[in-house]
Write a protein that binds this ligand. Structure first.
Ligand SMILES: [Zn+2]
Length: 310
């Protein structure tokens, strides 16, 4: 048995000791800074979906908006720097008061706008681990960035563990915790009457996803979340992904298949004792790169993220 095989067999080659491969992340500045700057310049656009639900794009993660006779609800708040543009888009959708904000997970490109949304009148709802993450300093190694706690006003006040219902406007909105997936606190938000679901960053429509190992995400959990999304969604359900255009069940299936195939390839090579460098050099994502590799996470980076948890 070679030393590497021995290490692999004994489980010593685990996530914690795989060094951050700077050569795979071709950036000098943290992607967090790049994404913030892009949001500062980007316009926001509104896509109207169904039953008073719309999607706002252009500020990091996709924002869901539900407008009805009792007021407005947001699913995620985007990046703080886009505040004025999002406020304007919200006003265009409805003049009713803003009542609720649901956080899909703790990441800055979904929740750094929490404070202004709260100031504008929203009560914030989240899975309990989202709150814990938003209240502490977290270093996300693969983003090369350390996040500070949000100010008090941005901290969620209605919390749940596995499942939560909110009756608002004409909907009985259902929130479900995935278990560890993209982070340790991802939830879905389903509007049964409209048959629209926001699946947070468990789905990047047409892109390789980021997996945040620093806050409890794993490739295995990411696959489990994708499989559960496919199971719970109907052929007519409208799917708001964390990133990318509005999607459907067919696109969720393609995403889930891609995750599973890349995982299988990478895990097989890792079990044979191949190093991270060897696995990345073998281009395990090549078949999917033209479709999924054109955003923040390129094929090599995704291979690394999968290797880390395989
Ligand atoms: Zn995220």
């Amino acid at each position: 048995m070679t030393r590497r095989n021995f290490l692999a067999a004994t489980g010593i080659l685990t996530a914690g000791i795989i060094a951050f491969p700077r050569e795979l992340f071709a950036h000098n500045t943290s992607p967090v800074i790049t994404i913030k700057n892009a949001a500062g310049k980007s316009p926001v656009s509104i896509t109207k979906l169904k039953g008073g639900i719309s999607m706002i794009e252009g500020s990091g993660g996709n924002i869901g908006v539900f407008a009805g006779s009792n007021g407005k609800l947001m699913v995620d708040a985007g990046i703080e720097v886009s505040k004025d543009k999002i406020r304007k888009a919200m006003a265009e959708l409805s003049s009713k008061p803003l009542k609720y904000l649901i956080n899909t997970h703790w990441h800055f490109d979904h929740e750094s706008g929490n404070s202004w949304v709260h100031q504008d009148g929203a009560t914030i709802i989240a899975q309990e681990k989202s709150k814990a993450n938003l209240m502490k300093t977290i270093r996300v190694e693969d983003w090369d960035y350390t996040f500070k706690p949000l100010p008090q006003g941005g901290i969620p006040t209605i919390l749940f563990k596995d499942e939560h219902h909110l009756k608002f406007n004409n909907e009985d909105i259902l929130m479900n915790y995935y278990g560890p997936a993209h982070t340790d606190c991802d939830i879905s938000v389903y509007f049964p009457h409209a048959d629209v679901i926001h699946v947070a960053d468990t789905f990047w429509n047409g892109y390789y996803p980021f997996i945040d190992y620093s806050s409890g995400g794993t490739i295995k959990g990411t696959i489990a979340a994708a499989v559960s999304n496919v199971k719970k969604i109907g052929s007519k359900t409208i799917v708001i992904p964390g990133h990318g255009p509005v999607g459907d069940r067919e696109q969720l299936i393609q995403f889930s298949d891609m995750l599973q195939e890349v995982y299988h390839k990478v895990a097989t090579l890792k079990a044979q004792g191949k190093s991270l460098k060897e696995v990345v050099a073998s281009k395990p994502t090549s078949r999917y790169d033209p479709k999924f590799g054109n955003f923040v996470i390129k094929g090599d980076t995704f291979a690394y993220l999968v290797y880390k948890g395989a």
